[in-house]
Design a protein around this ligand. Structure first.
Ligand code: PMV
Length: 374
């Protein structure tokens, strides 16, 4: 599908006055990382992620027809994007408004019906807000799906396929990685010749064979630093513009997608460990070698990494780590190691986490519609 396919012809909003939708959407963890983008939120390389289960956002979008419809056209034109209030975990959050306003502005062309309604957005995360876990992936995908539920209400003819593709397309415009938090256990974003139907515009479910070794894969998130992100994603992606290693990195990521595709098929856990850790360290290496430069790991991040390597040496384990653009460590391992890794975390690793805190998660299926009220 191309961008134009997401611009609806004309949508009649006259019959809908009010209602609400509630979606529960997951976070995701990239195995091959997205780092570097072009306008409008087009990735410089393909990425692939596991959808998470326990780390999710629940968002309710309530809407009511705005009064401006009865006002003269000249007045209506001035109000080009919707009026909304946002509540996070029960509290009104005006400081979240600019990000959401930018999102509404970006999707206006694709969702012209939005301007006919006023909105109340109520959101909550399953994980603590100040956990250093990026909530933008689950948060933006939840909002995008609520918007699509509204579109479906106005135009019941849209297919399920279109619904999810457009939800991912819209989520991408909120936060790149959010487009991988809509549908499927393994999701690919970015055009890649070996991934059927892959696109730069939205995430697609990875439909190739996945070996049973990867079923119910586990992810324990070790909260090393629960503070705000040291470097915002926007700034981080921008560091790839004119980066001396950018072209090689983008090329390498495309090759790593091919490798990951065959690893997922063969079930080769040793190769998985090697590729996932290499990807995580490459992401951080990009930030260390950009200008300005950043070290996003903390001393405890490194201590955890060395403990993992030591553990793998001694015990024939397939546990590995991956990192986002921060200090927290995602511990990935097959479900067969669940009990032993729980002990390892308890005895050896949790001491390196802030307040000994960690989150046990695993691969999940994607977003769920929880409520639809009119
Ligand atoms: O979605 P953004 O713009 O916040 O970028 C996130 C990028 C990483 O999380 C670091 C990697 C990825 O592919 O998720």
């Amino acid at each position: 599908m191309i961008e134009q396919d997401f611009i609806p012809r004309s949508i009649d909003t006259s019959k809908l006055t009010k209602g609400s939708f509630t979606w529960k959407t997951p976070s995701n963890i990239a195995l091959v990382k997205y780092w570097g983008k072009r306008e409008p939120q087009i990735p410089e390389n393909t990425s692939i992620s596991f959808t998470l289960d326990a780390c999710h956002t629940i968002t309710t979008l309530s809407f009511s027809k705005n009064v401006i419809l009865s006002a003269p056209d000249s007045y209506r034109d001035e109000k080009s994007h919707p009026v909304f209030d946002i509540y996070f975990e029960g509290k009104k959050k005006d400081d979240f408004k600019p990000k959401i306003a930018t999102f509404f502005k970006r999707i206006e062309k694709y969702c012209p019906y939005l301007k006919d309604f006023d909105f109340k957005i109520e959101s909550e995360n399953s994980f603590p807000h100040s956990s250093g876990i990026a909530s933008s992936a689950s948060g933006m995908s939840a909002l995008a799906l609520c918007v699509m539920s509204l579109e479906k209400e106005l135009n019941s003819e849209i297919s399920d396929e279109y619904f999810y593709k457009k939800a991912s397309f819209l989520a991408r415009l909120g936060s790149g990685s959010a487009c991988r938090s809509v549908k499927g256990e393994v999701v690919v974003w970015g055009e890649h010749q070996e991934i059927k139907d892959s696109s730069n515009l939205y995430g697609v479910e990875f439909t190739d064979e996945v070996h049973s070794n990867f079923k119910n894969y586990q992810d324990t998130i070790l909260l090393v630093d629960k503070g705000e992100k040291q470097v915002s994603s926007t700034l981080g992606h921008d560091l790839m513009i004119g980066h001396p290693f950018a072209e090689n990195r983008f090329q390498q990521a495309e090759e790593n997608i091919s490798k990951m595709k065959s690893i997922l098929k063969s079930g080769d856990l040793k190769a998985f460990v090697n590729l996932v850790e290499s990807e995580a360290l490459t992401l951080h290496a990009m930030m260390m070698t950009s200008n300005p430069y950043f070290i996003l790991m903390k001393p405890n991040t490194l201590k955890i990494i060395h403990k993992i390597w030591e553990y793998r040496e001694i015990i024939n384990s397939n546990v590995c780590f991956t990192l986002d653009a921060g200090a927290n460590v995602h511990l990935l391992f097959p479900t067969s190691e669940k009990e032993t890794i729980a002990k390892f975390v308890d005895i050896e690793l949790k001491q390196f986490c802030q307040n000994n805190q960690y989150i046990e998660d695993g691969v999940g299926r994607g977003a769920v519609l929880m409520k639809n009220e009119k």
